[in-house]
Design a binder for this molecule. Structure first.
Ligand SMILES: [Zn+2]
Length: 424
């Protein structure tokens, strides 16, 4: 081509400006075709029926996760857009379950069980330990459980400083028989120092736990809860005081657990009608929680209450040593009992996700799959067949649907998934 002057090059470039641009974009496309794009998502949960009551969603969706957060929830996301895919076709996908009544101070309160094997391995990403620890034993609970386990654990602080450390199957004497252990001042101090993980006050009022001074104990719990502006969870049943007098001391936002238990001390009168004072408390914003437990859920009560239009705000397991091998097993089995009782899958899931999240002031915004929220996700099989469910008084019912946990994702990380293939 001979000698090219600078001026000539400039002239050529300016004349060929549009051509240069065209060449650039063509070569860029060529490059893109040769180099596969970086996957947009770290994890894709693909093809499941997503039930997220927080956004009234119940449809097939793909969920894209980046880091610890939900990045997209769309009708379809291509597998090549994710580094890892969890195939959830034919499965139910929900926000990670929140069990607001469990006992996981393993090794200290005798009824407690290990958190992870009974929670995160079974679709429960968050548990609220309901009063296993009191002010004296809470520092150990934080150090050896909350800070260590994979399950996200919060606490309701027992108004008794000893928590649930005194009562076992062999020693049936509870934490409030000596009222001097119910100490609002120490409870308040412990809560103020641990507001990131303590979400309320817990009290158990059964006769062998609180004796005949149950209302006095509740007054002390009220004093502590009001001082820190957090709710009380009250365990009812077999109490010295009448339930009418107990609910009279509750306020908006408080929680009655074991609400569908049988006699004595339940929410029904001797003719099976919901006691008016209980109904009034619910209308005033007191939440009914299930807290199934070993002695605290009756199909008969549930059927009568539901027929009278009284539904639980939350469904929790109260899973502990005396029931994790039945009749409770886990939260998913407890939820399945409410499918038997005629509640829709969406309504049942709401009671262990969005409703549970709204019951306490969780600092992270849990119980939802909204874009931007923490990627806590649970995957279940909805098995069909004949399943015999047992309640806490040995009554049985045969249901035809059972939720079986198959995979759990907490903050973007997959836990316990033997039965669902994970493509890497
Ligand atoms: Zn309990």
């Amino acid at each position: 081509m001979g000698k090219t002057t600078r001026r000539a090059i400039l002239k050529q470039t300016s004349l060929a400006g549009s051509l240069v641009c065209a060449l650039d974009s063509a070569s860029q496309e060529l490059l893109l075709a040769q180099t596969p794009p970086e996957p947009r998502y770290d994890l894709l949960i693909r093809g499941g029926r997503v039930i997220d009551p927080s956004q009234k969603l119940s449809a097939e969706r793909d969920i894209g996760i980046v880091g610890q957060k939900i990045a997209a929830i769309l009708p379809q996301i291509a597998e090549r857009e994710a580094r890892q895919t969890l195939d959830a076709r034919g499965k139910i996908v929900t926000p990670g379950l929140i069990d607001i009544h469990a006992h996981v101070y393993d090794g200290v309160a005798p009824l407690c069980i290990p958190a992870d094997a009974n929670s995160i391995a079974k679709g429960v990403t968050t548990v609220v330990d309901a009063g296993s620890s009191g002010a004296h034993t809470f520092p150990g609970f934080k150090k050896y459980v909350i800070n260590v386990v994979d399950t996200r654990v919060y606490a309701l602080l027992n108004i008794s400083v000893v928590g649930q450390s005194t009562l076992s199957n062999d020693v049936p004497w509870g934490e409030l028989l000596d009222l001097r252990y119910a100490n609002p001042r120490v409870a308040i101090k412990t809560i103020e120092q641990n507001r990131d993980v303590i979400l309320g006050v817990k009290i158990r009022l059964t006769n062998n736990i609180a004796g005949d001074h149950d209302l006095e104990a509740l007054k002390l719990a009220r004093e502590a809860a009001d001082a820190v502006k957090l709710p009380i969870m009250v365990h009812i049943g077999g109490t010295h005081a009448k339930i009418e007098d107990i609910v009279a001391m509750l306020k908006k936002g408080d929680v009655i657990t074991h609400s569908f238990r049988g006699d004595p001390g339940g929410i029904l009168d001797s003719r099976g009608r919901v006691i008016p004072e209980v109904r009034k408390a619910v209308e005033n914003g007191v939440h009914l929680d299930i807290g199934h437990g070993a002695g605290s859920f009756s199909f008969d009560t549930a059927e009568k209450a539901l027929r009278q239009g009284v539904t639980p705000g939350t469904i929790s397991s109260d899973v502990h040593q005396s029931n994790y091998n039945g009749p409770v097993f886990d939260l998913a089995t407890t939820l399945s009992k409410f499918l038997y009782l005629g509640m829709s899958l969406e309504d049942v899931i709401a009671r262990a996700t969005s409703n549970a999240a709204a019951t306490f002031a969780f600092p992270l915004g849990l119980g939802t799959l909204r874009v931007g929220s923490l990627a806590d996700v649970a995957v279940f099989a909805l098995n069909e067949g004949n399943f015999t469910f047992v309640d806490s008084v040995h009554a049985t019912r045969v249901g035809h649907h059972k939720l079986t946990p198959v995979a759990t994702v907490k903050a973007g990380r997959i836990y316990g998934s033997a039965s669902i293939p994970v493509a890497v």
